[in-house]
Structure formats: C-alpha cells, structure tokens
Design a protein around this ligand. Sequence first.
Ligand SMILES: [Zn+2]
Length: 312
Amino acid sequence: MTGTILPAAILFLFLNGATGYAQKAAKGRIEKPTKKIYNPPYPNKPVKPFRIIGNIYYVGETNYTSFLITTPQGNILLDTMTDPEAPAIRKGVEELGFHLKDIKILLQTHAHVDHVGGLAKLKELTGAKVYVMAQDESVLADGGRSDFRSDGRELWKPVRADQTLHDGEKVQLGGVTMVAHLTPGHTKGCTAWSTEVKENGRKYNVLFICSNRLNDGVPLIGNKKFPGIAEAYALGFKTLKRLPCDVFLASHAYMFNMEEKLKRMQEGAQPNPFIDPQGCRDYIADYEHEYLYQLQEERAGGKSAGTAPAGR
Ligand SMILES: [Zn+2]
C-alpha cells in the first residue's frame, strides 16, 4: 500500500485482522502502555562471550548484540555493533576458541549504526559475504544517508551487499539454515531470523527479532519519507506472531533480558533460561501495544511520540 493516509475504516479493518489489541480498540481506547520497554541511556558494556544454546554464541555487549552461529563448514555472524565496537567481536570470537577467518557469512537485523556500523570492518577482517534484506540494501550501501529518519549524513562506512534477500528466503551453511523474515517498520528491511538448534537431544526454534520499536519523532500516519509505515509495522507483528519461538533473541540485549538470563545460566538454572516462549510473546505484545497506542494518538490528532533515541 502506498497511500500516505488511509481512510480510518480501512486502516482499522487492516489492523483488526492483525492484532488482538485492535479488537479491544473496537470497544474503547487503547490504554497508554505502562511497561517500560526502553530505559535510556542503556549502557553498552563488555560481556564475556558465552554459548547461548546449541551452536549459537553471544559476542555482543550489554546493549548492542552480535551472534555467532557456528557450523562445520564455517560460521555466520549476525550484526556487528558500531565501528569502534567491532574489535570486541573479534576478541569474543577468539576467546570462544573460534577464528575470525572462519566467518563466511555476515547477516544483519537492520541497517542502523548500532547493528551495521562495524560491518565494513568485519567484512574486511573476514572476507565474508554480506547478505541483507532488499529493502535495506540501498541504506546499507550509502552509510545511512537515505534512511527515512536520517538528515542525510553518513552514519557508518557504506557496505555494498554481496547478496540481497526477500521475505522467507533461506541462508544455508554447513547444515544450518537461517530464514529471513521481513518485519518492517523500524527500518524498511528490518529482518527477523529464525533457525533451529538442538540441546540435550531436543530441538528448539530460535527467533532473532529485529526491532519493532517506533523511531523517535517518526510519524505512522502521513509519513512522506515512508508511506505505508503503519501497515509495515502491522505486517511485522503479524509475521512475528506466526513464527514458532522457543528461544527468543533480539538486536538489543535489554529486549530479551540478556543479563538476567545469563546470570541465571551461570547459577546453573535448568532448563536453559534462554528458552523463553512466554518472553517472546510478551515482547511482541508489548511492542504492538506501544505501536497501537501511538497510532491511536496520531489518528486523534496527537503528536508523534516515538520514544527510541536516534541510532537505536
Ligand atoms: Zn534500530
């Protein structure tokens, strides 16, 4: 859909099909969300790299994430934090006993500086192939200049992708399959990734959520830089809700309570605290609630009230 302003009835019908909150909206107002889902400034401190589950390792920090997915034929890295933080990824990979040169594929959740700022450096260090969702390709390649929330400045070293992806496409290496799911809104090509892992003889569905945050000051209605942004977010929530999710990870560690789960893991908690299907459902519900509230306020003539600080 390309119209900048949809008639309210059509928009309502569209949302009603996609969300539980919209059904509540039929009866009355959507309550202002009370749950804090972002508490800026969230510190980004080093984390000792660790194995999350199966063949998935954490090489990110306390806020920005980076995941190493190992296979017998080389490894995959998902997200690279910012340029100054890229050396921490190298350190983490080596501390875990892996080699940077074994990284063959570099995947992204979305083209924002805290997830792709380190990509140019990692590409140079590893020689790996860069894959990106088609809708984020041009933004990645111009260093963020053409991002709909940007003022035209270059925000990271531009990277030309080796391969573009579309919704549902698979990236395969050494018997591991990562499926790319388009969950747009936060960026046009925001990508959730799903895969399967085995631990203690059981299979688990892993979901790496991109981000469903509203961007600060970016309107959902009448957005000339991103017409259809409201529908894009709705599509993202609809997609996330149909994906199986036992292990829930995301592009920011606070989104899946990484520090708290890690602490429980270190204390020997069983089963693995990162197996958290309820946490996954809660994440989707909380972010959808925030989105629907914002949409309601804009439709009522209120101001754009997105809360994510720039660059997140
Ligand atoms: Zn972001």
